[in-house]
Write a protein that binds this ligand. Structure first.
Ligand code: ADP
Length: 496
């Protein structure tokens, strides 16, 4: 089976979030199951710096107002699998991030940049190039137009298309301004649709139209043969008004072609037995050594050395999604309960300031580090006793799975992938030796506090705590099972 995995980011070449990790690890896991999977990426400068590439297709016209592009090929570092790269300097050769400039502003021509990625993906999928995939696997809004292009292609053979939603909150909605990078003043949406190489009639409720604008993600969800998302619960959540961001109608209409498949984790990078960032490695059998990491972290961050106090950790983007509005008001209560808090994150400036103020107010008990810090993130995961994820919504979430692998007990809100990966320590689940963490339901601060109090009570019963740790540490979060499910899905589509 041949699969083209089209994505706008992939670790270690270019990463802004979880999509990059999936785009690296899932193809590798599919490869191990005998699938000929290849990646398609835009030719950002970081990609050219890290890969040796040769030209495989030249002079490919995508849109009437854009010079022809080239498709180059190379291999993922470590010779993992082939990678195709779109060479179009006008769209991709610029310093900054894949979606934003260095100051954090969206690139003004993002619609064109990712329409180009989608168009090339559709050319592969309509078998115009040497590599003729059976399946095109699209990811998020950046590849959302590919299923639409494919639906209107005149090719005699074509791949089946799956689109994976990694976070429905980002949809790629664009208005008349899309025309400007083509050198054409703001035009009506029909002109925009034409410029992007789509037929007029797809600018319709039953197509790419979204409240008078166009939505790349909606296009993908409408025209793909199948939709997947990154956890079974999130697959249900996004069919409701609370989590559907206006697309719940379309998603529930397609519920029979919508599957949730849990992400795996990179078990090599996140292994307490070999993690190079830890002061002391440990396993299920040497779990007592975990405390040495806690001690080292406390002294590194200036926290009081009080081994009997539980250390609560959190590593997060500081955004609305992550439930900080629930946590911030109860921080003094958590400290009053006799716990310490260590937080690493960056994002919303107001939240950053409030957290810093708490850290100043309660020195020795709270540590707040702002910014992105890979090393510290590993050390917190290894050192904390309890790991907090009170997210309002969470498509899958990774850090709760990392925590369990490190014997750090997650405390999560029952939503999306958190509901699917953490088993609450209810008496029944504890008795069955299935409990791995603490789960609360309602979106409010007092529910969160009650759950923290429940966790702290269990922390004081050393035997019960250890059982929770061992249950989590022995759970399998590898990509193997997810990859198997994707292969099953591809097979099912090809058999149709
Ligand atoms: P999301 O993709 O919504 O941010 P996930 O839990 O799926 O949430 O993945 C977040 C990833 O980013 C994890 O690997 C986490 O460790 C990492 N991360 C988030 N914030 C930071 C930070 N400030 N420093 C280091 N790593 C971080």
């Amino acid at each position: 089976m041949r699969v083209l995995f089209a994505t706008s980011e992939a670790y270690p070449l270019v990463k802004t979030g979880g999509l990059a990790d999936v785009s690296y690890a899932l193809p590798a896991a599919l490869r191990q199951q005998g699938i000929d999977v290849r990646l398609l990426l835009p030719g950002y400068p970081e990609v050219f710096k890290q890969l040796s590439l040769i030209e495989v297709h030249e002079n490919i016209s995508l849109f009437s107002n854009l010079e022809p592009v080239r498709v180059l090929a190379g291999f993922m570092p470590g010779n993992l699998y082939p990678v195709y790269v779109i060479d179009c300097p006008r769209l991709y050769a610029r310093e900054g991030g894949p979606y934003q400039d260095a100051a954090g502003n969206e690139w003004p021509d993002n619609a064109l940049r990712f329409a180009a990625l989608s168009k090339v993906a559709s050319l592969f999928a309509s078998h115009q190039f040497i590599f003729k995939p059976d399946i095109l696997h699209c990811n998020d809004w950046q590849t959302g137009l590919a299923p639409a292009y494919l639906a209107f292609s005149h090719s005699r053979t074509r791949a089946k298309v799956v689109i994976s939603v990694h976070n429905l909150a980002y949809q790629g909605v664009f208005g008349p301004e899309v025309a400007e990078p083509f050198g054409i003043p703001r035009s009506d949406m029909f002109r925009v649709i034409k410029l992007l190489g789509l037929p007029d009639h797809c600018f319709n409720l039953e197509g790419v139209e979204y409240h008078g604008k166009m939505s790349f993600l909606k296009a993908g969800l409408h025209y793909a043969d199948w939709i997947s998302t990154v956890s079974p619960t999130y697959a249900r959540d996004i069919q409701t008004a609370s989590f559907g961001y206006g697309l719940q109608g379309l998603l529930s209409a397609r519920c029979h072609q919508l599957t949730g498949i849990l992400n795996g984790i990179d078990e090599k990078a996140w292994d307490p037995a070999t993690d190079r960032y830890l002061v002391k490695n440990y396993t299920v059998d040497t779990l007592a050594s975990k405390a040495e990491n806690t001690k080292a972290l406390r002294s590194k961050l200036g926290l009081e050395q009080t081994p009997f106090k539980p250390l609560l950790g959190m590593i997060t983007r500081l955004t609305y999604q992550k439930g900080l509005d629930l946590l911030v008001p109860i921080i003094p209560d958590i400290i009053h309960e006799g716990a310490q808090l260590v937080l690493l994150g960056s994002g919303d400036k107001e939240l950053e300031n409030r957290l810093k103020q708490y850290a100043k107010l309660l020195p020795g008990q709270i540590s707040v580090t702002l910014g992105y810090n890979e090393e510290l993130s590993h050390q917190i995961i290894a050192s904390a006793d309890l790991f907090l994820m009170p997210s309002l919504f969470e498509p899958c979430g990774l850090t709760q799975m990392y925590s369990m692998r490190y014997g750090t007990i997650p405390l999560v809100r029952r939503t999306g992938g958190l509901a699917d990966t953490v088993t609450d320590a209810t008496p029944g689940q504890v008795a069955k030796k299935l409990a791995t963490g603490f789960v609360f339901e309602e979106e409010n601060a007092s529910e969160l506090l009650r759950c923290v109090q429940r966790a702290l009570a269990t922390f004081r019963e050393k035997g019960s705590w250890r059982t929770l740790q061992l249950n989590g540490m022995t759970r399998d979060f590898s990509w193997f099972h997810s990859a198997k499910e994707y292969v099953g899905l591809y097979q099912q589509l090809l058999n149709k």
